[in-house]
Write a protein that binds this ligand. Structure first.
Ligand SMILES: [Zn+2]
Length: 226
């Protein structure tokens, strides 16, 4: 067996030695307070970015590009991975977590601008992002360096995913949908690992968001208001 996996099992044993009693209340059912949709990027630690070690608290969905959209025979719909806790576990808050330097956003940008091909499975994921990101290309400020263009599109992508959830009849109006960007590239601040709120239920203007949510005003920050 690869030493890597031996080491992972050792880490899991440490986990099991500390977490046992925390399952007492949730052994037979879950009612997570929040569902998060994070990019699968290895630098985005889906539970740890919230310092979560509480079983049953956060329902975590991960995929490349933090997508909420699933393509079905009847068209684009909210992914069952995201909808499940809302439909079956009473979850009332959804948080879409994009991140600076996102590879999936970069690959979608490259596919749209240069037609770069990917293996079928990746192409399928990018095809789910393309129609939502394509209008953003025309809105980008002119002459942006490529990394900046990508980070602008990261925000645009989070906005579109929030918009899709908010607009779906499958998601009750009582559910709050929040869009954030996780920054480890010193783009928003020099505090790597901080989350920046960019969208709440479709509101994207930072000033309006700060007025509406003064308790988190210092965490509301956008690169781009288009
Ligand atoms: Zn990513």
């Amino acid at each position: 067996m690869q030493q890597l996996f031996v080491d992972l099992l050792a880490r899991n044993a440490e986990h099991a030695s500390t977490v046992g009693s925390r399952f007492d209340e949730v052994q037979d059912a879950q009612h997570p307070a929040v569902v998060t949709v994070c990019c699968s990027d290895s630098r985005v630690l889906q539970d740890r970015i919230w310092r979560n070690d509480e079983p049953g608290h956060i329902f975590t969905c991960g995929n490349i590009g933090n997508r909420v959209v699933q393509r079905t025979g009847v068209g684009d719909t909210v992914s069952g991975d995201v909808l499940y806790p809302i439909e079956h576990a009473g979850t009332e808050v959804a948080v879409i977590v994009g991140h600076t330097g996102c590879g999936a956003v970069t690959a979608t940008y490259d596919a749209l601008t240069e037609g770069i091909a990917e293996p079928d499975g990746i192409a399928h994921c990018l095809d789910l992002l393309k129609p939502y990101l394509e209008p953003g290309l025309d809105l980008l400020p002119p002459d942006l360096p490529r990394p900046d263009a990508i980070n602008h599109l990261v925000e645009y992508n989070v906005d579109r995913q929030v918009e899709f959830l908010r607009g779906s009849r499958d998601v009750p109006d009582s559910v709050t949908v929040i869009g954030v960007v996780y920054d480890f590239q010193d783009i928003y601040s020099d505090r790597r690992g901080e989350i920046h709120v960019i969208n709440v239920d479709g509101e994207v203007a930072a000033s309006a968001l700060r007025n509406a949510h003064p308790e988190i005003a210092d965490r509301i920050e956008r690169l781009w208001e288009y």
